[in-house]
Design a protein around this ligand. Structure first.
Ligand SMILES: [Zn+2]
Length: 150
C-alpha cells in the first residue's frame, strides 16, 4: 500500500529524532505502519489491547513514582522503580503535549525479567499503538511486555 505523505514524514521523524539517541525506530528497516500493524497482530493473538497495556504501565509508574527512586512492591511478583530524569519530550505525532522523560523499570521477582519504559512510551502505546522499532533503546516486544505486566 502506498503511504500517505504524512506517514512518510512521521517515519523520517521517528528514525532521526534528535531528542532520543538513535531515534524511535532503532535499526528496524520496516515502515512505522508495518511496525504498528505487526504489533497489533501480536496483541490480537495475545488477547490484550494496547490501551490495557498502557493503563497497566501507567498504574505501575504511578505506584513506583511515589517511592522516589527506590524499589516499590507492585504485587507479590513485581517490583518497580522510577528514575526521575528531568525534562519532557514531545510526541513525534502531530499533536500537542509533552511527556515526562522519567524511566520506569519493572522487574518480575519470580523470573527476573526486567523491562523499562518512559512516560512517552506509555503515551505512544496508548494513543498510537507504537512500541518503537526493533533495536531502539525502549523497544520491548509486545509479548514480553504482556508477560511482565500481567
Ligand atoms: Zn502522540
Amino acid at each position: 500500500m502506498k503511504q500517505s505523505p504524512d506517514i512518510v514524514d512521521l517515519d523520517k521523524i521517528l528514525r532521526t529524532s534528535p531528542l532520543v539517541a538513535g531515534g524511535f525506530m532503532g535499526d528496524d528497516p520496516r515502515s512505522v505502519t508495518e511496525v504498528i500493524d505487526t504489533d497489533a497482530g501480536t496483541l490480537f493473538v495475545l488477547g490484550v489491547t494496547a490501551k490495557q497495556i498502557a493503563a497497566r504501565m501507567r498504574q505501575i509508574t504511578d505506584m513506583a513514582a511515589q517511592a522516589l527512586g527506590t524499589w516499590t512492591d507492585i504485587d507479590a511478583r513485581r517490583q518497580a522503580m522510577v528514575d526521575e530524569v528531568r525534562g519532557a519530550l514531545p510526541c513525534s505525532w502531530p499533536h500537542a503535549g509533552d511527556y515526562f522523560k522519567r524511566v520506569t523499570t519493572l522487574q518480575r521477582t519470580d523470573s527476573g525479567q526486567t523491562i523499562r519504559w518512559s512516560d512517552l512510551n506509555i503515551h505512544m502505546i496508548a494513543a498510537h499503538g507504537f512500541f518503537e522499532g526493533r533495536g531502539s533503546t525502549f523497544r520491548t516486544e509486545p509479548a514480553e511486555l504482556v508477560a511482565a505486566l500481567f
